[in-house]
Design a protein around this ligand. Structure first.
Ligand code: ATP
Ligand code: MG
Length: 439
């Protein structure tokens, strides 16, 4: 299509802006055809744009001959521009419809799509992911990604108001943050480098200069197994705060979740309705379970689990505890199963750490960090890390690293909890996992 067409067919209204008060008014709408129904000699077209849809009716044989070639091209998914009159029609889905005067197919649909637009579940995930951009036209995913957008904006607003500054740290790095097992190696000129698995060390360093920082950015993890909650490339919401400990951070995190819930409730009403989600009322503070108490609770319920073990999703599921249906923290984890930078409590065996959970899904991990260089070096050695490789990091600790704490939270996990999504792949536009590298 040549650009003069776009000049001729400039949209005058989005579907959401057309209502029955505009009866008789001429408008130009632009969008794609999401459904075609035929009834005796009438075609009912649903035209979607980014804010919704509107019905267009086309009576066979009641359009000028000059349009018949365009009518031939009408097919689901085609892009179309329609000049027409608004008409009140109580039987139409929104009480209005458009009667076309003229229209033009701006881009043809050459094939029938395997993706059923109105379906909530859709066809198999692989078929959907192979044609993801088309899949994303479904209201189910439109709702999820509209909510995701609100969450991102609201996170920025909340953290900005709390005195955090947004930063962007390198994604190409020389050394693993938390051990090397899940790193993706890449070529970096004549050297080996890695894609970052977390902005951890950089955000810690930045507390020296900016005190309170946050980053919303990609993390890369070569997750070895196929699960519904792991991606190879995810988006992490990370914060780090100077002169704070893990209790301060939990307070910020629960306040932030509360704020996000309120924002989505007010800004995404129609999307929540479509998803049939009633966001539960949240009361603060969230419950805090000590790790050791939870282990005891699990043991009492018959699970075979020992102090020092990680707590699996399945074990939490088995507990069937109503108090653990929504948000809660698990705090004071064993030092031995948390990364080297997490600060041990005075006992040494437990550390100042938390996981934020939603039901049995881990959303976030956070902690007080070690700010003393010799203590940090010791912890690295204990975990078998090569301290020379962390020299770039350790050396800034010689210059007054403030005590600090923070968290990392998976955005896609948060969206799963909010939107009731079972598979994390539907919380990201183009998922990456062990089997999938395109589209
Ligand atoms: P898990 O135990 O669920 O694999 P983790 O404890 O290894 O997660 P952390 O290193 O604590 O993950 O990362 C902080 C947060 O980042 C997690 O709580 C989770 O929300 C998110 N996250 C981590 N790895 C992934 C991943 N592969 N895909 C999606 N989100 C992830
Ligand atoms: Mg974790």
């Amino acid at each position: 299509m040549s650009s003069p067409d776009l000049q001729t067919w400039k949209r005058t209204h989005y579907s959401k802006d057309i209502d029955s008060s505009m009866d008789g008014k001429e408008v130009i709408i632009v969008g794609w055809i999401s459904s075609i129904r035929e009834h005796s000699n009438i075609k009912f077209l649903t035209i979607n744009d980014r804010f919704g849809n509107i019905q267009v009716i086309l009576k066979n044989n009641e359009y000028p001959d000059s349009l018949s070639s365009e009518v031939q091209k009408i097919r689901e998914h085609a892009s179309i521009a329609i000049k027409g009159k608004v008409r009140s029609e109580p039987k139409a889905p929104k009480g209005i419809e458009i009667n076309p005067i003229e229209f033009k197919i701006l881009s043809l649909a050459n094939k029938n799509s395997p993706i059923v637009i109105q379906s909530r579940k859709g066809v198999g995930i692989d078929t959907r992911l192979d044609l993801r951009a088309i899949d994303l036209r479904r209201p189910f995913l439109q709702s999820i990604f509209s909510i995701r957008y609100t969450v991102l904006n609201s996170c920025r607003k909340f953290l900005g108001d709390e005195g955090f500054i947004e930063v962007n740290t390198p994604k190409i790095i020389a050394t693993a943050t938390e051990g090397g097992a899940t790193l993706f190696p890449i070529f970096y000129y004549d050297r080996e480098a890695f894609l970052t698995q977390s902005p951890q060390l950089y955000k810690e360093q930045l507390t020296m200069a900016f005190e309170n920082v946050f980053e919303i950015g990609p993390i890369f993890r070569a997750e070895p197994s196929r699960t519904n909650r792991h991606l190879s490339e995810a988006t992490s919401i990370d914060i780090e705060k100077a002169y704070a400990d893990y209790n301060d951070i939990m307070e910020i995190l629960e306040k932030m979740i509360h704020f996000l819930w309120d924002e989505v409730r007010s800004k995404n009403k129609s999307h929540l309705e479509y998803l049939k989600i009633a966001l539960p009322d949240l009361s603060l503070p969230f419950r805090r379970y000590r790790y050791s108490d939870l282990i005891e609770k699990l043991q009492k319920s018959g699970e075979s689990i020992e102090l020092g073990d990680d707590i699996s999703q399945q074990k939490l599921r088995n507990l069937k505890d109503d108090d653990m249906k929504y948000f809660y923290f698990i705090i004071d984890w064993p030092t031995s199963i948390k990364p080297f930078y997490v600060k041990p409590k005075s006992t040494g065996t437990e550390c100042e750490s938390f996981d934020l959970m939603y039901g049995n899904l881990e959303l976030s991990s956070g902690s007080t960090r070690i700010h003393d260089k010799s203590e940090l070096t010791e912890r690295m050695k204990k975990q078998g890390l090569n301290t020379d490789a962390f020299d770039f990091h350790l050396k800034v600790f010689d210059y007054g690293m403030p005590p600090h704490a923070g968290f990392g939270m998976g955005l896609e996990r948060l969206i799963m909890s909010m939107c009731g999504v079972d598979n994390i792949r539907d919380a990201v536009l183009f998922p990456r996992d062990i089997d999938r590298l395109s589209p």
